[in-house]
Ligand binder design. Structure first.
Ligand SMILES: Cc1cc2nc3c(=O)[nH]c(=O)nc-3n(C[C@H](O)[C@H](O)[C@H](O)COP(=O)(O)OP(=O)(O)OC[C@H]3O[C@@H](n4cnc5c(N)ncnc54)[C@H](O)[C@@H]3O)c2cc1C
Length: 448
């Protein structure tokens, strides 16, 4: 006999765990099915040589949607216990650190004043107007100063799946500028970003629900335009596709919580209008992450600084580098008596098709880092390079009407969550958690 639940969530990333925990907090018996052997999706943590390494967006915005979600599920984050705050935002340029003010001390202050006034005047209700205009077009109307342009570009590419303003909605750029002015304080979690999903798994199980890893949803079962449940492959895939591993789970509600361009792997395209299918596939615009984690005895940077720098590229946009003195900000993350520093650049996914290019870029970043910390490689206990390409390292750069809403058109009981769904929030963790809040509200009428 098939197992029965009130709701099935396909995908155990932050959005899936979030919507699952919100429904559980409202009294529903929920099951979350995650194809990987771990929870958290693109926001997870794992142990390496005694260090806790984060994958995905590391820094969380104070007062944002992540906090709102944790409060709504009854597990608010505690400033003293859970958070390590960054005290300064710095830019490394021309051999020295600059504060935000120094870096964007623009040559055209009148232009900057007007630009900020224009941003301040844009209210949430106006945002749809900017969905169909590119960020490049919109910015060109207001900004000629290269420093101001740099700031807007860096901000937007820290949040969205494109390094090029031509591919991004003006609304995404505007929101990224607004978010930073609203909530400039960021922190890291002492137990790692993956602790958010673990906490939410506890909420779901505490209410009689279940969270299963190595459980890949193969198909969402829809009959007469109503959701009935899912078929799931349990355990690792076998080359012969063993049938005993495939089970059915029933529920009147199914929430898919992964990027919407993958929807048609589990749902038949013909259930939807062609325009809807096109919109979901059109959101598939990716960037990847390349960089390395470094362990040292002494910290490379002793201050709690969030550092930005540009790694120059021949004939291309520079690689935007972030440097995080992780163990200085959140000491429990590193092995006692050691330190962890993380260097990450956003890059085109095409890097991944060429191992030589990856190696060359890592070498270029290392050389650039040598300008900031001369001789750093000799101090390293280990250096762990990474290249993350499989899923995009940002939220989609298209917003509003270019994204589907939380309720599937024309299929009763089918809902969507995830960082490609209707939220206008950036960056990625904010978009994922906001989508969980929006989706749960659409199902329940109001949040728990
Ligand atoms: C290296 C890296 C760096 C990043 N840095 C930033 C940043 O600086 N700024 C920023 O804005 N964002 C960043 N992000 C993006 C951010 O982490 C994501 O936006 C956010 O975590 C997305 O959460 P989600 O729940 O929407 O999706 P996901 O985390 O992708 O969750 C989807 C889950 O569904 C599972 N799944 C998919 N198909 C199935 C199936 N058929 N059955 C069962 N399970 C399934 C997947 O395995 C996954 O666990 C980064 C991401 C990465 C990987």
């Amino acid at each position: 006999m098939a197992e029965k639940f009130d709701a099935i969530v396909a995908g155990g990333g932050l959005s899936g765990m979030g919507v699952g925990a919100l429904l559980a907090a409202a009294g529903k018996k929920v099951i979350v099915l995650e194809k990987n052997p771990y929870l958290g999706g693109r926001a997870t943590s794992f142990k390496y040589r005694g260090f806790l390494l984060n994958v995905g967006q590391h820094a969380v915005l104070q007062g944002g949607k992540v906090e709102r979600l944790m409060e709504a599920v009854g597990r608010p984050l505690d400033d003293e216990k859970d958070k390590g705050f960054f005290e300064e935002l710095s830019f490394y340029e021309d051999g020295k650190y600059k504060t935000v003010m120094e870096k964007v001390l623009v040559d055209k202050p009148e232009e900057a004043r007007k630009f900020y006034a224009t941003l301040a005047e844009i209210e949430p209700k106006d945002m749809p107007k900017f969905d169909g205009i590119t960020a490049a077009e919109w910015l060109a109307k207001y900004v000629t100063d290269p420093k101001l342009r740099w700031l807007a570009h860096t901000n937007a590419t820290t949040c969205c799946t494109t390094r090029k303003l031509e591919d991004m909605a003006a609304s995404a750029l505007i929101e990224s500028m607004k978010v930073i002015s609203r909530s400039p304080i960021t922190y890291m979690l002492t137990k790692g970003i993956g602790s958010l999903s673990q906490t939410m798994a506890g909420v779901i199980k505490g209410k009689g629900g279940d969270v299963r890893t190595r459980a890949k949803v193969l198909h969402v079962i829809v009959e007469n335009k109503k959701v009935r449940g899912v078929s799931v492959e349990i355990g690792d895939e076998t080359p012969d596709g063993m049938m005993e591993n495939i089970i059915k789970i029933e529920a009147p509600l199914v929430i898919t919580a992964f990027p919407v361009w993958d929807l048609f792997k589990v749902l038949e395209e013909k259930l939807f209008l062609p325009d809807f299918v096109k919109m979901c596939l059109h959101l598939d615009n990716r960037v990847s992450n390349i960089g390395f984690s470094v362990a040292t005895k002494e910290p490379l940077i002793a201050e709690k600084k969030f550092i930005f720098a540009d790694v120059p590229q021949k004939n291309d946009v520079p690689l935007a580098l972030t440097i995080l003195p992780t163990s200085v900000v959140v000491p429990p993350i590193s092995l006692e008596g050691n330190h962890l520093t993380e260097f990450t650049c956003v890059c085109e996914p095409s890097f991944g098709t060429d191992p030589e290019r990856i190696a060359k870029t890592i070498a270029e970043i290392k050389e650039f880092v040598n300008q900031i910390f001369p001789g750093w490689e000799k101090k390293a206990l280990w250096i762990r390079p990474f290249y993350h390409w499989e899923e995009p390292s940002r939220t989609a750069g298209r917003m509003g009407k270019f994204r589907p809403g939380p309720k599937a058109p024309g299929v009763e009981g089918l809902f969507f969550a995830g960082d490609t769904v209707n939220s206008r929030t950036v960056p990625g963790l904010e978009a994922a958690t906001d989508s969980a809040l929006i989706c749960a509200e659409a199902i329940l009428g109001k949040l728990p």
